[in-house]
Design a protein. Structure first.
Length: 220
């Protein structure tokens, strides 16, 4: 039986990713000078990279395909997205070292892709490993935007809201493996994992609001 709760919330996730990714790319296009190493471009592409993985989730949930190597590839896409976000963070701290940033992002993306493609197709194991690998990137994202907020470095985004949104995403990533095996039933074969989607949607909505809002110190 289909996990209707999960499928519905997954479609809302795709909508959130699409809105945020397209918004960031539009912001990048409006820049007078555009570089592939710019933060809006890397963040926008990274968020859009999360869409194929969610689509694969839906096909598995609807029994269109069974767990297979494609699912390992699904997690590889998520990890590539997280490394693009890491590249965006590095653009704040290492703005003058473009080649080094590219080298770090490309090498780690290749490494994580190989690791996930070689791992057994165990959804719980893939979930836990993915959460562990993405955690440092998400924590560095929080530190970066908290720093820029309290030092008043950024005026075009609300760093505090983006940090809160990232913390929400971390919380969802941590509890996702456990919710998948909680309250499993014929109508919820993937347990309470749909609650994870709701938490992620909340986090990404906060993220979007943080991206379109100006910090309070602008008008102070």
């Amino acid at each position: 039986m289909f996990d209707v709760f999960y499928i519905l919330t997954a479609f809302f996730k795709i909508l959130c990713y699409s809105i945020i990714g397209i918004y960031l790319l539009k912001q990048w296009i409006r820049l007078e000078k555009k570089y592939a190493s710019d933060l809006p471009f890397l963040m926008g592409i990274a968020v859009l990279f999360l869409i194929p993985g969610t689509i694969i989730d839906i096909t598995v949930m609807t029994n269109s395909i069974g767990p297979c190597l494609l699912y390992n590839f699904r997690y590889s896409l998520d990890l590539i997205g997280s490394q693009l976000i890491f590249g965006a963070i590095l653009s704040v701290w290492m703005s003058g070292k473009v080649k080094l940033r590219y080298s770090i992002v490309i090498s780690t993306s290749i490494l994580f892709t190989i690791i996930f493609l070689l791992m057994p197709t165990d959804i719980l194991l893939l979930d836990i490993t993915s959460a562990m690998i993405t955690l440092p990137t998400l924590l560095s994202l929080i530190i970066t935007f908290m720093f820029t907020y309290f030092t008043k470095r950024l005026t075009n985004v609300h760093g505090l809201l983006i940090s809160i949104a990232t913390l929400t995403v971390i919380a969802a990533s941590i509890i996702r493996p456990f919710l998948k095996i909680t309250a499993v039933s014929p109508i919820m074969p993937y347990g309470l994992s749909w609650i994870t989607n709701l938490i992620l949607i909340s986090g990404w909505l906060i993220m979007y609001y943080g991206l379109i809002s100006k910090p309070g110190y602008i008008n102070a």
